[in-house]
Design a protein around this ligand. Structure first.
Ligand code: GDP
Ligand code: IMO
Ligand code: MG
Length: 435
């Protein structure tokens, strides 16, 4: 079956949006299956920049079906804003489908995100503040509102009559000054239902049917493996399952329908928000990478922490998701340095560590061990044009060595190599097109 899952292999912002946009050209359907508008996926087409938070990046390719699956949490106001903005920029959004099972981010979720972060003080996660964690908590506690509920004002009102006073009690217990207006919330969310009604449906059936008809379906992961609620650096993680297995559950199909998984590996590492980051650079090299790579968050505008490529992280991501190919991004950013370091393993109490330990106290004591590789010169525009035209053989020799080193260490071939922000700045190393 012709399905392909795209997974972030680090802490998010690996360049998934650009990779999905590139591959969407060959796909019929593009599906988001987890996360919410904590995601920020940038796609640069010519000089025009699109930042997508809710809508799958495939929307930018005319005629593709864009699906927001049941595993996603949706802030309807943000989604409507995104649809309006896309429409005003000439992008057709009538091909969007939204799962009736997807959970709705309510105003009290956003407020609780902020209130809980404030209470955690020094232990705060550094969330995006979009209400993601509280919304997923309510889903699991069976206190959620789903997209389908917005279509039935009576049902919505009954749910909110129970939920809003309950949440008010939480704020009151926290000593938080927030006051919820039950009637205003009912009116606001019923209006979202009217506005989004045409898109809301049983998306699992759509994706399954497409796959049965041998249509090519691309699953667009959000966040990254080390932000996964189970496998990441808990509690400094997001609130969804970010690994490939969830592409099935989060879009309502059988895991047997997933064929290929590409891990998106940024050629170095970044992280936004709090939490451990063994290869983080606190020196001028870190700031040079940040500056060259434009490492500022697509969603919150926060500066991303930067560091060397960490193969413990990417190997762990591969073991959790089973990559059949690697999409390496932003290797162009590493041009112009004499030497580059790559972390191959950690040492802890004299022992070699090759997987991320669950205990963050242990992770904090892990000492990253590096292999130093030779760098390559900056690539000017003329050379880049030649590389993009003639392909891999034209790459600087030490860049090829860097790629080969990573391939060998992870044990997976690099199938796509990102060389710049724009849509065409990518080398396609796949053997033939997506079948
Ligand atoms: P995502 O969340 O994984 O989709 O990644 P983001 O869009 O948040 O961040 C990746 C940033 O890197 C965006 O600004 C992209 O435009 C940019 N980008 C993606 N691939 C490349 C690449 O190969 N080279 C360069 N220089 N920039 C890239
Ligand atoms: P994309 O899809 C990078 C981080 C936040 C914070 C933690 C929890 O663009 O790669 P949350 O708001 O999810 O409860 O925040 O997760 N985070 C991301 N970091 N890229 C993302 O998405 C992220 N989504 C969440 O910074 O550390
Ligand atoms: Mg991002």
């Amino acid at each position: 079956m012709p399905s392909l899952v795209i997974i972030g292999s680090q802490w998010g912002d690996e360049g998934k949006g650009k990779i999905v946009d590139y591959l969407a050209n060959e796909a019929h359907v593009v599906v988001r299956f987890q996360g919410g508008n904590n995601a920020g996926h940038s796609v640069k087409i010519g000089e025009e920049l699109f930042a997508l938070h809710h809508v799958p990046s495939g929307i930018l390719r005319p005629g593709k079906l864009a699906v927001i699956g049941n595993g996603v949490v949706i802030d309807p106001n943000v989604l409507i804003g995104e649809l309006d903005s896309l429409t005003s920029r000439g992008i057709k959004v009538s091909n969007l489908r939204i799962s009736d099972r997807a959970h709705v981010i309510m105003p009290y979720h956003r407020m609780l995100d902020g209130a809980e972060e404030k209470m955690k003080k020094g232990a705060k996660v550094g969330t995006t503040g979009r209400g993601i964690g509280p919304c997923y908590s309510d889903k699991v506690s069976r206190l959620g509102v789903r997209m389908g509920d917005l279509l039935d004002p009576q049902l919505l009102a009954e749910k909110l009559d129970f939920l809003v006073p309950l949440k008010q009690r939480v704020f009151d217990a926290y000593g938080d000054p927030n006051k919820l207006d039950l009637e205003a919330i009912k009116t606001e969310y019923a209006a979202y239902g009217i506005r989004l009604k045409a898109y809301v449906t049983d998306t699992g059936a759509i994706v399954e049917t497409a796959l049965h008809k041998k249509k090519r379906v691309l699953f667009e992961g959000a966040q990254g493996t080390i932000l996964d609620i189970d496998h990441g650096t808990y509690p400094f993680v997001t609130s969804s399952t970010t690994v490939a297995g969830n592409a099935a559950s989060g879009s309502g199909i059988s895991p047997l329908m997933l064929d290929d998984v590409y891990g998106v590996v940024k050629a170095y590492t970044t992280r936004v928000g709090e939490g451990p980051f063994p290869t983080e650079l606190h020196d001028s090299m870190g700031s040079k990478i940040a500056q060259k790579g434009g490492e500022f968050g697509t969603t919150t505008g926060r500066a991303r922490r930067c560091g060397w490529l960490d193969l413990v992280v990417t190997k762990y991501a591969n073991s959790l998701s089973g990559f059949t190919g690697i999409a390496m991004t932003k290797i162009d950013v590493l041009s112009g340095f004499d030497e580059l370091k790559v972390c191959t393993h950690y040492m802890l109490d004299g022992k070699k560590v090759t997987r991320i330990p669950a205990d963050l106290r242990q992770l904090a004591r892990c000492e990253p061990k590096y292999q130093t590789l030779r760098g390559w010169e900056d690539i000017d525009e003329k050379e880049m044009t030649k590389i993009l035209k003639k392909g891999y053989s034209e790459l600087p020799r030490n860049m090829k060595r860097y790629v080969q080193f990573v391939e060998k260490q992870i044990g997976v071939r690099v199938v796509l190599l990102g060389l710049g922000r724009r849509r065409n700045e990518i080398l396609d190393l796949r053997k033939g097109k997506w079948k």
